[in-house]
Design a protein around this ligand. Structure first.
Ligand code: ADP
Ligand code: ZN
Length: 611
């Protein structure tokens, strides 16, 4: 192999050095090994397969479910001078045929395909006739039923591994709890796959969960106090709600728009473009929004309804603060959980899927109710240990109202033990409350000493206790299909009374009186503004370069960040290169960009200098 990965990183991408595990993954793939790559969004997963695909002979096949993004990804690669193309249902037959010809003739480095396309005989025939460099499966958590975004098509992808054993297969994802990881490796038939797990901690994000109490006013106060001139995303569960909240924000003078899957494609695209290009814009959206949004200056994410799971929460909050401090206001109450449950009950999902979803929602609610560091809990869920509480989440910051939950925990654990660790929270709650249900009689549980010992708490409070016990690792939920609660290694000391535990008061269903906006007002937010310049000539140049970027983007029909990232523009303003040579040193400028846009950029800088 003549070219080194690092050299390619510099000449093609214009980056100085690899981040995190990138180089290790690339070398592993170059050696022919399979890998499971877990890195948070924005960490740079794509390079992990793009570089080996370029360095190995043949074409790298990338399976990606996000058809809407393929166009942009391929556009971005072509901007870098990489020979890339995609095959999906949006192409005309003639275009697809041309791409297929290029694959067969070895004229492509990277080929993106949708999963359903990857397995049709015509496509496999094509690969059989072509030289293959590697196979990369993006969003690999989609193969897992346990993962949050199961796609049956993905199950078939193991066939690729079986059919092309001679090349490395990489599975990549940004979200996979420990259990999902195992499923990915198994279901994609990866061989001796090495796992590369990135750092999921996002220290610059502050997590905050507050009880919902007049959400619009809470949102308004949050925006006015903290983010009057910032871009951010507000998530709602229903389409209707996104529109109403967006209107409300507009009436309060914010630059806001709604986004959901029910809007016309044109309109969605336009909103997305505005969001990418405008400085202070709030998008009020369902979770349909945000996937693949690469906007560096998103400074807050707020949830007006509970997200579906901890992974979803992690993912959605992760869309903010790529490069700056930002925080998340999270707002919820039990009603949301009920709405989610009802949506779940009505959905087409299988019973198994429904139980999994239910379980995840419970874990999330436990997370909301926790008295422990939120970041620690969230990372633990993703398989990463945080040695100390983070100091940058609401439970670390504010005093949480707690009570001595030792007795309640003992009663709950005892109920689990007495019933043989074979029942879920619903039945156990009935037991503690002394409800004489059919089941109770059937199993003779009304004769247990724990029957009716828990009347000091009501049903919702007991549910909250069980959730908190699960969230804190004192109980485990079995995946047997019934969500039965079982002991963990930490259960016995508490049951025996050897360890005290504190639980959060204020279970989410209560309309709470705690109004702590004053307190929160004292917290510093420490926003590092990427776009701040001190001199006015810097500002003028920044604006001029942005304008140039918009022009170039329109000509090429790609989003502006594909031409230059903000960070690159920023570096250009700071270094003001006077020659192509100097410009080649700037972050994010590789050979192709230098060749295509170098002169225009230099001209722009020269003009600004003259006045
Ligand atoms: P992911 O797929 O993990 O969400 P991407 O692969 O899209 O992330 O990368 C996120 C951004 O970071 C992209 O703009 C990419 O070009 C940039 N990037 C990736 N690796 C590096 C690196 N080593 N140095 C600088 N920027 C990088
Ligand atoms: Zn914390």
């Amino acid at each position: 192999m003549s070219t080194e990965p690092l050299e390619l990183l510099r000449t093609v991408y214009g980056y100085d050095s690899f981040r995190g595990d990138q180089e290790a993954v690339i070398r592993h793939a170059l050696d022919g090994g399979d890998a499971l790559v877990l890195m948070p969004t924005g960490a740079g997963k794509s390079l992990c397969y793009q570089l080996p695909a370029m360095l190995r002979a043949g074409v790298g096949v990338v399976v990606s479910p996000l058809i809407a993004l393929m166009h942009d990804q391929v556009g971005a690669l072509r901007q870098l001078g990489v020979r890339a193309a995609y095959l999906n249902s949006t192409l005309q037959p003639a275009e697809a045929a041309e791409t297929e010809r290029q694959v067969a003739n070895g004229q492509l480095d990277l080929l993106y395909v949708a999963p359903e396309r990857a397995l049709v005989p015509r496509f496999l025939d094509l690969l059989d006739r072509s030289q293959l460099a590697l196979v990369a499966i993006d969003e690999a958590h989609c193969v897992s039923q346990w993962g949050h975004d199961f796609r049956p098509d993905y199950l078939q992808l193991a066939a690729l591994r079986d059919r092309y054993p001679q090349v490395p297969h990489l599975a990549l994802t940004a979200t996979a709890d420990v259990r999902t990881r195992g499923e990915i490796v198994e279901r994609l038939h990866l061989r001796n796959a090495r796992s590369f797990v990135g750092d999921f901690d996002r220290p610059n994000i502050r997590y905050t969960v507050v009880p919902k109490n007049g959400p619009r006013q809470q949102l308004l106060a949050f925006l006015q106090e903290r983010h009057p001139d910032d871009s951010g995303i507000v998530y709602c569960l229903s389409r209707r709600n996104t529109e109403q909240v967006a209107e409300f924000l507009q009436s309060e003078g914010f630059n806001a728009a709604a986004y959901h899957a029910g809007l016309e494609a044109d309109q969605r695209r336009a909103t997305q473009d505005r969001f990418l290009n405008e400085e202070a814009m709030v998008v009020v959206a369902t979770i349909a929004f945000g996937m693949g949004i690469d906007k560096p200056d998103v400074r807050f994410v707020a949830h007006l309804d509970v997200p579906k799971s901890i992974e979803a929460y992690y993912q959605e909050t992760g869309r903010a603060g790529r490069r700056s401090a930002r925080r998340c206001l999270d707002d919820l109450r039990a009603k949301d959980a009920m709405t989610l449950r009802q949506m779940l009950a009505r959905s087409e999902a299988s019973d198994e899927q429904k139980l999994i979803a239910q379980r995840k929602l419970d874990v999330l609610l436990g997370f909301c109710e926790t008295v422990e560091c939120r970041r620690r809990l969230m990372l633990a869920h993703l398989g990463q240990e945080l040695a100390e509480p983070c100091g940058n989440c609401d439970t670390c910051f504010d005093e949480v109202e707690t009570f001595d939950g030792t007795t309640a925990a003992q009663k709950a654990l005892s109920a689990v033990a007495r019933t043989g660790q074979r029942f879920g929270a619903g039945h156990l709650t009935d037991l503690l409350l002394g409800e004489l249900t059919e089941r109770m009689e059937k199993y003779g549980h009304d004769r247990l000493p724990t029957f009716g010992v828990g009347t000091e708490l009501d049903r919702k409070q007991w549910r909250s206790v069980f959730r908190q016990l699960v969230a804190n690792g004192l109980l485990d939920v079995d995946s047997d299909g019934y969500n039965t609660l079982q002991f963990t290694a930490r259960s016995l000391p508490v049951l025996r009374g050897e360890q005290a535990i504190r639980l959060r008061k204020d279970p989410v269903h209560k309309k709470t009186k705690r109004k702590r906006s004053g307190e929160r007002g004292t917290m510093t937010s420490g926003v590092a503004n990427v776009g701040t310049f001190t001199s006015s000539s810097d500002v003028t140049l920044w604006e001029a370069l942005r304008q140039l970027r918009t022009q170039l983007a329109q000509q090429q029909n790609v989003p502006p960040y594909v031409i230059f990232h903000d960070r690159t523009l920023h570096a250009l303003v700071e270094s003001r290169p006077a020659s192509l040579d100097e410009m080649s040193q700037v972050h994010g400028i590789g050979k192709a960009k230098l060749q295509h846009y170098g002169d225009a950029v230099l001209e722009c800088i020269r003009q600004q200098a003259q006045g």
